[in-house]
Design a protein around this ligand. Structure first.
Ligand SMILES: [Zn+2]
Length: 400
């Protein structure tokens, strides 16, 4: 296949010397020490070329609303309550404008795919969903966007939400998401979300176990439903911070059960650190799901952004590399091998969780990021600058 672009002198993980990477038809078609072609050349000057970052858990619909909410307690209850109030006033144009700003930031930070939760319920109806559908289409040239129709505020307590989820799934939502901790009947909530996924042939993505009490986990119910319906590989649990409070034997046991069931765990460090452990005073716990231990026992894991500038997370710039650095710092990772694993948590791992091929390899989509770094671990240590990124071989012009 005749190359349409050659990214020359790129450092690739696993290669001792810089390589030339040929792109055609939106895919990587050649990796050689030297490629001679008529195609335009981009000189990477020895910088690190990797698969684009994948943000597998972000809320575009409720980003950038700090100025219209009150933040005093910094608790999960306050965040849900305040966001629910703000959400009632969302318009399609408002959601589109705020989401577009975050997507531009994400692209500038080297993200080439993301999964956005989009809330549907009696307060916001389908307005956020309609806006994020427009966002998905508008930015398709630069980033792949999955839409997860999401019941943030319960399901059994608000029957209208279930019919809105159905409408969203009939009209372009890619999958369905649940939040058993806000539902008065968590087990029934989980059952209904799985039933919707089965009906529409989609994956499921839960917000689950979002506190530091080791008791009362909803993971066993999710594992049971995953196994009963044969959903292995199609289930993700976000937060799962209760795991941080488990004893070592209980953690090992749950990790083995999650791995066997094919359930992924995604940590949202910025949110988890902000909202949890406030009763711990100056000895507040870190309280993140222990991804390294989970990974060692075969659980598929990732790190993601979650929220940007709202009462759940009053910070944010949609930089996944910054999230990997934050996670590595909190998880006390220092060895090169562990920093490299932290790098895979924002690219290779979430891509696998979303069922995407990923990396700089022949046949893979040319969704690529060029980093001013000597290795993946080095990129995490220094939150290395993004030099360029490509979507299907087309260089993204949007900068953060
Ligand atoms: Zn979330």
């Amino acid at each position: 296949m005749t190359p349409e672009l050659v990214i020359a002198n790129a450092r690739l993980n696993g290669h001792a010397e810089p390589c030339d990477v040929a792109v055609a038809g939106g895919k990587v078609v050649g990796i050689e020490p030297s490629i001679v072609a008529e195609a335009p050349r981009y000189d990477a000057r020895g910088a690190l070329l990797e698969g684009g970052f994948v943000d597998c858990h972000i809320h575009l619909d409720k980003a950038d609303i700090l100025e219209r909410t009150t933040l005093i307690e910094g608790t999960l209850a306050e965040a849900v309550r305040e966001t629910a109030l703000a959400k009632a006033a969302f318009t399609v144009e408002d959601v589109y404008r705020r989401a577009a700003g975050v997507v531009r930031l994400a692209i500038g930070h080297g993200t080439t795919a993301l999964r956005s939760f989009v809330e549907v319920d009696p307060r916001v109806g389908l307005r956020s969903f309609e806006a994020i559908k427009e966002i998905k289409a508008h930015f398709a040239h630069a980033i792949d966007i999955e839409i997860c129709a999401f019941a943030q505020e319960g399901l059994t307590n608000e029957p209208e939400t279930e019919s809105l989820l159905v409408t969203a799934l009939q009209n372009g939502a890619d999958l369905v998401g649940g939040c058993p901790y806000t539902d008065p009947s968590p087990a029934e909530h989980i059952r209904r979300i799985f039933a919707l996924a089965e009906r529409f042939g989609t994956s499921v993505d839960f917000h689950v176990d979002f506190d530091l009490d080791p008791e009362g986990s909803d993971l066993p119910a999710i594992i049971a439903e995953t196994e009963r319906l044969g959903f292995g590989g199609k289930v993700i649990c976000g937060h799962a911070t209760k795991l941080a409070a488990f004893t070592a034997p209980a953690l090992d046991d749950m990790a083995c059960r999650l791995a066997a069931a094919g359930i992924g765990v995604v940590t949202l460090p910025a949110t988890d650190l902000f909202l949890l452990g406030r009763d711990g005073g100056s000895m507040a716990p870190r309280g993140l799901a222990p991804l390294m231990q989970l990974g060692r026992l075969g659980v598929r894991t990732a790190v993601a952004t979650n929220n940007v500038l709202n009462p759940f997370t009053p910070y944010g710039d949609a930089s996944l590399l910054r999230m990997a650095n934050l996670f590595a710092n909190v998880a006390q990772l220092g060895r090169n091998l562990d920093l490299e694993r932290a790098f895979w948590l924002i690219g290779r791992n979430p891509a696998a969780l979303l069922g995407r091929r990923h990396g700089v390899a022949i046949g893979c989509a040319a969704d690529l990021v060029l980093l001013d770094a000597s290795s993946p671990g080095d990129a995490v240590r220094r939150i290395a600058p993004i030099l360029a990124s490509w979507k299907a071989g087309a260089q993204n012009q949007l900068r953060a």
